[in-house]
Design a protein around this ligand. Sequence first.
Ligand SMILES: Cc1cc2nc3c(=O)[nH]c(=O)nc-3n(C[C@H](O)[C@H](O)[C@H](O)COP(=O)(O)OP(=O)(O)OC[C@H]3O[C@@H](n4cnc5c(N)ncnc54)[C@H](O)[C@@H]3O)c2cc1C
Ligand code: SF4
Length: 494
Amino acid sequence: MGKPTGFLDFKRETSETVRPKVRIKNFNEFHVPLSREKQRLQGARCMACGVPFCQSGMMIGGMASGCPLQNLIPEWNDLVYTGSWEQAYHRLAKTNCFPEFTARVCPALCEAACTCNLNGEPVATKENEWAIIENAFEMGLVVPNPPKVRTGKKVAVVGSGPAGLAAAVQLNKRGHKVTVFERNDRIGGLLRYGIPNMKLDKSIIDRRIAIMEAEGIEFAANTNIGEDIKANALLKDYDRVILACGASNPRDINVPGRDSKGIYFAVDFLKATTKSLLDSNFADQNFVSAKGKKVMVIGGGDTGNDCVGTAIRLGAASVIQLEMMPKAPDTRTADNPWPEWPKICKTDYGQEEAIEVYGHDPRVYQTTVTEFAANKKGEVCQAKIVKLESKKDEKTGRMMMVPVEGTQETVNVDLVFIAAGFLGAQKYVTDAFKVELDGRTNVATQPEQYQTSVKHVFTAGDMHRGQSLVVWAIREGREAARAVDESLMGYTNL
Ligand SMILES: Cc1cc2nc3c(=O)[nH]c(=O)nc-3n(C[C@H](O)[C@H](O)[C@H](O)COP(=O)(O)OP(=O)(O)OC[C@H]3O[C@@H](n4cnc5c(N)ncnc54)[C@H](O)[C@@H]3O)c2cc1C
Ligand code: SF4
């Protein structure tokens, strides 16, 4: 540990953000990192705990606590403090294939579990990670490192999200020939066409893909497995297949008027926006214009927040965001102690922007839609909403959110984005490979395993564990690669 009293001597300090009214004028990232010197002092705040909860990645109270990648956090916090940037990079790269993604988009389970968070401010681990990896790129340390020996084995990875990319990196490192198939025109999965550019600039993905290509990984974009290439053909051509297709079935809102024009699934809206930005800087007009529109976002989670931030940047006149559940408390409750993941109310960047632009928080809690109305052109123009309360279901004994009589209201809307979650793997792919599913329509495996019910077919990421996080997708991709390597070689050193 660099400085035993660091957490007492230095206050937590994180990057500045560009002010909401300024940053909404474009889709650029808006965090201004600390200087290297200031970041070093943040490294000094780490106590190198005997039991470092930050890197535990354990399930506590049904939720993950600490880093699922078991990043060697106390080690590299110390190396940040001593300014040993090169060593810090090598320690970080041992457990995380893509720190430049997690340093931008991870909710930082490590910080929530940090001992300093028990009665003070956690170590700024996420931004230490950012500094390490961006310094490493600047210093020219992140360079292609192709394997010296090839095994002659071929692996097909279906899906180029973080799970598929992590599996590809690991298997290529072992000398297997890896091809990543992606049905979209660009590589990256939801990193590319889900998470908006202001959270993860797409040049950051391109930079990594270029390194992977130089290491010998092949990418086949615009290739839909199950349609353009049949499952049997893939299994014939490759020794192993990893299905990492994500959980792309959006949950719908089945109410009267749902088929009106102007009602979109969140990811379709976000994808069109990013694609138009990347293709033509919006000149092609191939996106859903929110300019001057009254926008309703259904779903109070992170995807909903991304819709809020995107709609504001596209010039929405107003934005409301409906959330079925009550507002979470501002601080931990007694039954949600450290180091559990804190179930508290978080005001994310989109909501911050809405507060500054429209003067109020866009979130409306304990509320849902019961009906949409359309104008003569079939365009959505109104939504009927109702308040909800929590009641016990007499039959099952479970708590349910049910409508409160007499609270119906009608609001005017021009655009609606449904961000109500995802419902497992898409049927055409799972049918094509004939893999068994679990009760939640994710691809089934034994617990903590990645082999599916079909010989030589493995799975990883959201398609396996259900809608989750980038950090979990990277972990699953790395572990699936281990399983594939072991099945090919009889042992694994991954
Ligand atoms: C809007 C949004 C914002 C998010 N923000 C965050 C965030 O800030 N932080 C965070 O940690 N997590 C976030 N997540 C969750 C995170 O993006 C996912 O958990 C993660 O991307 C899952 O990775 P994956 O590799 O399993 O699947 P995906 O990223 O979904 O990638 C799967 C890929 O497979 C492709 N594919 C599917 N079927 C086929 C086929 N048959 N043939 C070829 N290709 C196919 C798909 O086109 C897709 O590109 C967000 C999710 C959404 C929707
Ligand atoms: S829990 Fe916090 S203080 Fe302890 S080792 Fe991890 S980052 Fe450092």
